[in-house]
Design a protein around this ligand. Structure first.
Ligand code: ZN
Length: 182
């Protein structure tokens, strides 16, 4: 069987919960069931499941996001827990899940993601999480530049910015040649 990867990008309390530090709100909350079920399906089929999760240090003077955004996903805080039922799946099945701290929008920036994918001979990457037009977009662009095949699950991605979300979906399909699963 051809092994695929599922990247569940930044589906954390700070990015999704109503009171999250940098929340995308309702559109993000609405993904919970789809993302949790897809994660279980990929685990059941023994694909490679990765949780790329933003990591910041409080008031880091060297990080470009410090000036742009309120503090979020700070090391050691509950804001970095996965949101809702996804956290339960993670706790139950964490030996089979690759947790990956990332510090930039793209899951490829400064991480060993590419090495992990290449060592498993994975060429097809499925993306879900938030935000469609920020971390999903930057990860998809990097995947494209590295020659991976990209699959975007429309019911598994969301943004606080409806226009940005719609634009990014067109960009994935028309420019990055991604398959969009409706
Ligand atoms: Zn961040």
């Amino acid at each position: 069987m051809l092994k695929k990867a599922l990247l569940v990008v930044d589906y954390t309390v700070d990015f999704v919960a109503v009171d999250g530090a940098l929340t995308c709100g309702k559109p993000g909350i609405a993904l919970e069931e789809y993302i949790t079920e897809l994660t279980e399906q990929f685990l059941d089929e023994q694909h490679f499941v990765v949780m790329p999760v933003d990591l910041h240090e409080l008031e880091d003077p060297y990080h470009p996001e410090t000036k742009q955004f309120p503090p979020h996903n700070i090391r050691g805080t509950a804001g970095r827990d996965l949101y809702g039922s996804l956290q339960n799946v993670y706790e139950k099945r964490k030996e089979a899940i690759y947790w990956m701290d990332k510090t930039r929008f793209s899951a490829f920036a400064g991480t060993d993601l590419e090495l992990q994918l290449r060592s498993r001979a994975i060429t097809e990457i499925h993306l879900v999480g938030v935000c469609t037009d920020i971390c999903i977009l930057h990860t998809a662009v990097d995947a494209y530049n590295r020659g991976f095949t990209i699959v975007i699950h429309e019911k598994g991605v969301a943004s606080f910015d409806a226009e940005g979300h719609a634009w990014a979906l067109r960009h994935f399909e028309n420019t990055l040649g991604a398959t969009i699963i409706k």
